[in-house]
Design a binder for this molecule. Structure first.
Ligand code: PMP
Length: 428
């Protein structure tokens, strides 16, 4: 028996499902999760001494690859000065300044400890600021496990939501309207019906939780216009797309400015970090300036700030992002070409350092339904084939893939050779 399997059995005795976050459990692709021992550059090393090229990158944060020497050194130095003070530090100001270089729309911003906290806080702030309750979100977008956002669409486009998780009271999601991604008409209809009551529209401007689906530029512009006209707050959840689709996130890439932005993942360089911020006038409603309460014992933690600051510094060096994007493009083109050669229908999306793979003829992929209708069983076989050949893709067809600056030409070529091999035996 593999050591990973033994460890999984042991973990399952003590931790629900053996994992501390559900998607790690391989439920989407079957089999036993691989337990990791260490990681370096583009590689993960498991407990059975197998090496993998990693395209999960801890679900996004490890944009410089694993254990980047400069980041590790920064963390070690910060740790030596104390792990947490519960009092302000200069590093927090430097972090805010560094983020604003790339996200000028975040006139004021606050650090939190996860993406979930960022979206939860942004939502509360938007409601507090507008004095309204209703929010619009989109099918296939994930914003963390915030009660009000764990909602699936009702049967009609405008029906209010049903909770997707037991434990979320209907009353909590009664004000959540869930619409179809990239469907501006549905949003117009919702505003026509509820305009005066809508506090916020929240979305992933490049969705990374239904594999990877970019928004249409006209959709984002339409949302911007509707929110402005109706006095609603437009929230871009850039927890995934921030620093990934562009150093300045989707808002820089598309040239569309939200009122509030949520960040996470890359901004913490692998440490537990999130951030939210936006227009000064809105952010000033936050405690202690205003009445909207939000807080965090470990928010702005000095070790986490050190990891994030160094990650952003290295990533911002001239040419770094461009090289990362070029690598991702080679990979995307390569997957497309290998699939074509094998006669496998595959749609590939990519932007910056994010990549999406969909086993379907139905392209381009723009909606959640197209993602659901893709051949997810084939994705599972592809995943396991790649895993056996030393390539670690996301263990679910609904997750994006991520590339790091440590993925060099050799690693990409190796990946594509393995993809060509695995695609020979994918079945239907
Ligand atoms: N928003 C988006 C777009 C995300 O992808 C995620 C996590 N994958 C979150 C929010 C929640 O972040 P966290 O897991 O750090 O709470």
């Amino acid at each position: 028996m593999k050591h990973s399997e033994t460890l999984f059995q042991a973990a399952s005795q003590h931790i629900p499902g053996g994992v501390n976050s559900p998607v790690r459990a391989f439920r989407g692709v079957g089999g036993t999760p691989v337990f990791m021992r260490r990681a370096q550059g583009p590689y993960l090393y498991d407990e059975d001494y197998q090496r993998y090229v990693d395209y999960v990158c801890s679900w996004g944060p490890m944009i410089l690859g694993h254990a980047h020497p400069e980041v590790v050194e920064a963390v070690q130095q910060a740790a030596a000065h104390g792990l947490s003070f519960g009092a302000p530090t200069e590093a927090e100001t430097r972090m805010a300044q560094q983020i604003k270089v790339h996200f000028p729309s975040m006139e004021l911003l606050r650090m939190v400890s996860s993406g979930t906290e960022a979206t939860m806080s942004a939502l509360r702030l938007a409601r507090g600021y507008t004095g309204r309750n209703k929010i619009i979100k989109f099918q296939g977008n994930y914003h963390g496990h915030v009660d009000a956002l764990l909602v699936k669409a009702g049967s009609g486009a405008l029906t209010l939501g049903n909770p997707t998780s037991p434990g979320v009271p209907e009353a909590v999601v009664a004000d959540t309207i869930t619409l179809s991604y990239n469907d501006l008409d549905a949003v117009k209809q919702a505003f026509a019906e509820y305009g005066e009551e809508i506090a916020a529209v929240i979305l992933e401007p490049v969705a990374g939780n239904m594999n990877m689906v970019p928004a249409d530029a006209a959709f984002l512009q339409g949302l911007r216009d509707l929110c402005t006209r109706n006095g609603s707050v437009l929230i871009f959840d850039e927890v995934m797309s921030g620093f990934r689709v562009h150093l300045g996130g989707a808002q820089a890439r598309y040239g569309i400015t939200p009122d509030l932005t949520c960040l996470g993942k890359v901004v913490g360089g692998g440490m537990p970090v999130g951030a939210f911020g936006g227009r000064r006038e809105i952010m000033e409603h936050l405690s202690p300036l205003g009445g909207v309460y939000q807080a965090g014992t470990l928010a702005g933690n000095p070790v986490a700030m050190a990891a994030g600051l160094k990650t952003l510094e290295v990533l911002s060096r001239p040419g770094t992002f461009e090289a990362l994007e070029a690598t991702t493009r080679v990979l995307a083109d390569g997957f497309r070409e290998r699939a074509e050669r094998a006669g496998i229908p595959l749609q590939v999306t990519h932007m910056g350092s994010m990549l999406g793979l969909f086993f379907t003829e139905d392209g381009p992929v723009r909606t959640y339904q197209q993602v659901v209708d893709s051949n997810t069983a084939r994705y599972g076989r592809f995943f396991h084939g790649m895993l056996e050949n030393g390539v670690y893709l996301a263990p679910a067809a609904f997750e994006a893939s991520f590339v790091s600056t440590a993925h060099d030409d050799d690693v990409v070529e190796l990946t594509l050779d393995m993809a060509a091999r695995v695609m020979q035996n994918l079945g239907d």
